[in-house]
Structures are given as C-alpha cells and as structure tokens.
Design a protein around this ligand. Structure first.
Ligand SMILES: [Zn+2]
Length: 271
C-alpha cells in the first residue's frame, strides 16, 4: 500500500506537468478506498492532497458527478443583465431546538419539521443549515468570509438551497451560539433548553439570484435549485477564523463552470 501511495504521488507530480493523459492513469492507480467495503472515502478541500476537490469524482463511483457533471455548484455570479422576476421566496421558518452536528466538514444545525419556504408555487421543507468558510459562491469574483446554506426538500424530493453570504463586521450572535456549543468531530449534541431561529441569518432585503446547480460536496448531485440571497449578513472576522480553524482551513469548493446556464434574479420586497 505504501509503495502504491508513493507511485501515485509521483504520478500526480507528472500529471501537473503533462496533463490529462496521465490524469487518467492516476485515477486508475490511486489507492481508492473501495465502495464494496461499504464506507465512502474521505474528501477534503486541499488539492495538494488526493482527497482534494479535483479528485472527488475519482474517489468513488457514487461521486462521479463531481467530475462529469455539467451543472455543478458553486458558481461565480455576475450581475444578470435582465430582471426575469421569478416570484419572491415566502419564508416560513420557525424557531427550533438547537441540535448541532459536526460531520468533519461543517457544523450543521438540524431543523425540526414544520419550517419551509415557498417559491413559484412549490413548498420546500427546511431540513438543516450549515456553513462554509470562505464563501463558495462568489459575487463578481469576490468571496465573502462565510456562506450559510439552508437545505430544503420538497415533497417530490426536489432540493432547494437558500444561500446567505456572511461578511466581516459585527459578531453574528446565532453563529456565536453554534460555535460556543460545537461538538467534537463526528458527534452531535442537543443543547437542552436552547432554541434558535434561522431567520436571524436572513438579510432584510429578499432579492436573490437563482440557477440550477448541485450539492457542493460529494456526491455533487445535480438538480438543486439555488437561491442565493443578493445581500448578506454580518459575521465577525474572528468568528470566521474560528470556524476555519475548526476544519483546518477552507471548506469552500472552487467555483464551477456555468456551461451555458443562466442566472436569474428574483424576489424583491422587504421583510
Ligand atoms: Zn453547503
């Protein structure tokens, strides 16, 4: 196994030098953890390692979409030229008991049933929200300090993710509560008697960008309706640094090509 690893590492260096033919060889030679064993391999955000974003699609059969998909997320958003005017997002988020899961890649707050959004006649139920640092989506090429993802699913199984950019400013009290109670990697904790309200992570202005993309972590499943809020909320720079420290660096997948997809603007109205 050790010998194979060295070989793969040497090949990787050549791959950078000689391009995609050797990349194919690399994929065949990597000591890939086997799906037959049941467990999925480890992924990471450092492309200097074989678990990095460029390799996700090669790490497991179930993750092929990460490299083969043509409608991947995140993307860079430049201001659309035309206002297409999809309807506003109706937010119906309620407070929930504070349950935090540390899955080794992010802190995820699981949401109790009953909170949902409605957009263009479809209801999507809020399952959980979590964070990335720095942001995954970029606006005109610029990343924010963090990005919050609110993951929803419709009764038909369609995914919709509301994204909120978080920028250096005042400390975010809700994130502060989550950081203060962060459980150890691979564990989950429910804080007795504490309820939180995701509305405190929503900007007042409800304009948004929308496009069809994917999950930003393996298996990179496509068909995800992204609703990226145009305006962000505050996050303390030390809070963002603390989050990055928890996960040993960036948790942002690089932006993916649009491949002809259009980004629309929608929403309007204030809360
Ligand atoms: Zn996410």
């Amino acid at each position: 196994m050790r010998l194979i690893t060295i070989t793969a590492s040497a090949l990787r260096k050549k791959m950078f030098a000689y391009g995609s033919v050797l990349a194919t060889v690399l994929v065949l030679c990597l000591p890939i953890p086997v799906s037959a064993a049941g467990a999925l391999p480890h992924f990471c955000y450092d492309d200097a390692q074989s678990c990095g974003p460029s390799y996700w699609g090669a790490l497991a059969d179930e993750w092929k979409t990460c490299s083969l998909g043509q409608a991947q997320s995140p993307v860079n958003i430049t201001y659309p030229q035309t206002y297409y005017g999809p309807g506003p997002i109706m937010f119906n988020w309620a407070p929930t008991p504070l349950t935090i899961k540390n899955n080794g890649h992010t802190l995820q707050v699981n949401y109790a049933p009953g909170s949902y959004i409605r957009v263009n006649g479809v209801t999507y139920n809020l399952l959980q929200f979590h964070f990335h640092a720095p942001s995954e989506h970029t606006l005109s090429g610029a990343a924010a300090d963090m990005e919050a993802h609110f993951v929803h699913v419709s009764d038909q199984g369609a995914l919709a993710v509301v994204s909120v950019m978080m920028r250096g400013g005042w400390d975010n009290p809700l994130l502060g509560k989550i950081l203060a109670n962060a459980p150890a990697e691979g564990t989950e904790v429910t804080i007795a008697g504490v309820r939180i309200d995701a509305n405190y992570l929503l900007p007042r202005s409800r304009e948004y960008f929308t496009y069809l993309g994917s999950l930003t972590t393996p298996p990179c499943t496509e068909g995800v309706r992204w609703l990226v809020m145009e305006y962000g909320v505050d996050v303390g720079t030390t809070q963002a640094a603390e989050f990055e420290h928890l996960f040993h660096g960036s948790t942002a997948r690089p932006v993916q090509p649009l491949n002809g997809r259009s980004i629309l603007t929608g929403g309007g109205g204030h809360h």
